[in-house]
Write a protein that binds this ligand. Structure first.
Ligand SMILES: Cc1ncc(COP(=O)(O)O)c(C=O)c1O
Length: 458
């Protein structure tokens, strides 16, 4: 059997001695290296008192606000000067302009601005007519809103495992399908597009609807198509941490006129205002009980400006992530987070698979000591282990989701997603920024190489 010592000797033989030898500390997790073993490394790690790669820390910042300029300023001034911040009274509505520009940008027929990604999800569920008795499959690792939208529609959430891309594992979807399954929420998580080909095949085979949640991947592509353009309906969020932002905001996208009309009606008190009714032949559907998730003209104005920066932001992220990947590609045994489409990936993360959680945590601590902000998977939650979800708590004891035979029988908690927990626990690395400079990129590469060399391959 291969021992950690033998593995380490082979690793050193492969990489060669890069500089002064250093000694790994006793704080390294079990399996990283035997205590006191001399290893090849270019310098003593900062976590052990060596000098850090960077004296001033490096971290990413919310993307959109870094690109605010006179474009957004002028759009906002237009709204102030018009004294018409309500979209239906604005003569030349910024929200409508944004909707049209956004739909055209991604090549879709219809886009609808709403107040947030969460309310976009509620709207999409209503458009898809999801309700009591229906089951909806979603990944075990995503944001609360995906689960809450299913429950608030009265339907039953069914979790599927993720794979090493952090996205829903197509291989796990089919085993979760029952005759009650109506839809799959495919979430393109932390900048990486989900593997849509097998998912679309499964949906077609079982006659299921697909809702794409693109909140964390706006501008991402799969096989040349923008995420959000492959399913029946899609949503987006423009909250601060997304590709472009107005602080808050959301959108629904679809090519299906019936889904679009239902979405419009649900987001606006059941009604279909003239601006839409005129272009939709007066509307086909009757009104139903609904909400108010209308977007303000101020939000529409900022998003109209931000949309013009989207490709620049995505381009910067992709370029910087590629440079870091190239700078560490030769490290022996290196395993990067999987992606279904490297060219379409947004490049939000450069994450490594460290083999175990202990090694991952040590790597992150060591990288931070070198002055580089390091993180594990983020922006989402392992939902089945959250207490309110594990306990199936709802706003009313008779809520339909968990009062059916299936709802009573379903069990959440860690036992329903062991692979998800394992995968997320062993990955970690650096979150990219579109404005990282050449020097920043070099520092990230140097720091990762330094720590990785000291630790050895997993
Ligand atoms: C995957 C995903 N879906 C939906 C949402 C909800 O978006 P919002 O915060 O705009 O309501 C988020 C927010 O972070 C998200 O990450």
């Amino acid at each position: 059997m291969e021992t950690p010592m033998k593995k380490r000797r082979e690793f050193i033989k492969t990489v060669g001695v890069l500089g002064a030898a250093s000694t790994l500390p006793s704080t390294t997790p079990a399996g990283v290296a035997a205590e006191g073993e001399t290893v090849a490394s270019s310098a003593k790690l900062a976590i052990d008192g060596g000098s850090p790669v960077r004296k001033t820390g490096l971290r990413h910042h919310p993307y959109g606000p870094q690109f605010f300029d006179d474009v957004e300023k002028q759009e906002l001034l237009d709204v102030l000067e018009s004294k018409s911040p309500f979209r239906w009274q604005a003569e030349d509505s910024k929200v409508l302009q944004f909707e049209k520009a956004y739909a055209a940008h991604v090549g879709m027929k219809h886009a609808l601005g709403v107040t947030s990604g969460t309310t976009a999800l509620y709207t999409a569920m209503a458009a898809l007519e999801i309700g009591p008795g229906d089951e909806v499959i979603l990944p075990a690792w995503t944001w609360y809103a995906d689960y809450d939208a299913i429950v608030l529609a009265g339907a039953l959430p069914v979790f599927a495992e993720i794979d090493e891309s952090f996205n829903i594992d197509p291989a796990d979807i089919e085993s979760k399908i029952t005759k009650r399954t109506k839809a799959i929420i495919v979430v393109h998580l932390q900048g990486t597009p989900a593997d849509m080909s097998p998912i679309l095949e499964i949906a077609e085979k079982h006659n299921l609807r697909i809702l794409e949640d693109c909140a964390q991947c706006l501008g991402g592509r799969f096989k040349g198509k923008y995420v959000g353009t492959m399913g029946n309906i899609a949503i987006n969020s423009f909250q601060l941490s997304k590709s472009i932002t107005a602080g808050e905001g959301g959108a629904v996208l679809t090519n299906d006129s019936t889904l679009f009309e239902r979405a419009i009606r649900f987001h606006d008190a059941g009604s279909l205002r003239d601006v839409y009714a005129d272009s939709m032949g007066g509307g086909l559907l009757v009104a139903f009980a609904a909400c108010n998730f209308r977007m303000s003209e101020f939000t529409g104005a900022v998003l109209k400006g931000q949309l013009q920066k989207l490709e620049k932001i995505c381009g910067g992220l992709r370029r910087n992530a590629r440079k870091v990947r190239e700078g560490i590609a030769d490290l022996p045994g290196i395993k990067l987070r999987k992606t279904a489409d490297q060219a379409g990936d947004l490049g939000v993360t450069v994450f490594l698979d460290h083999g175990t959680e202990a090694r991952r945590d040590y790597f992150l601590r060591a990288l931070r000591a070198e002055g580089i902000a390091a993180a594990g998977p983020g922006g989402s939650v392992i939902l089945p282990v959250v207490e309110r979800i594990a306990k199936k708590t709802t706003v009313h004891p008779l809520w339909p989701s968990f009062n059916s035979t299936e709802g009573k029988a379903i069990r959440y908690g860690s036992e329903c997603c062991p692979r998800t927990i394992d995968i997320l626990g062993r990955h970690g690395g650096v979150i990219m920024d579109p404005n990282f400079s050449e020097d920043d990129i070099n520092d990230i590469v140097r720091a990762i190489r330094k720590v990785y060399m000291a630790m050895g391959a997993a």
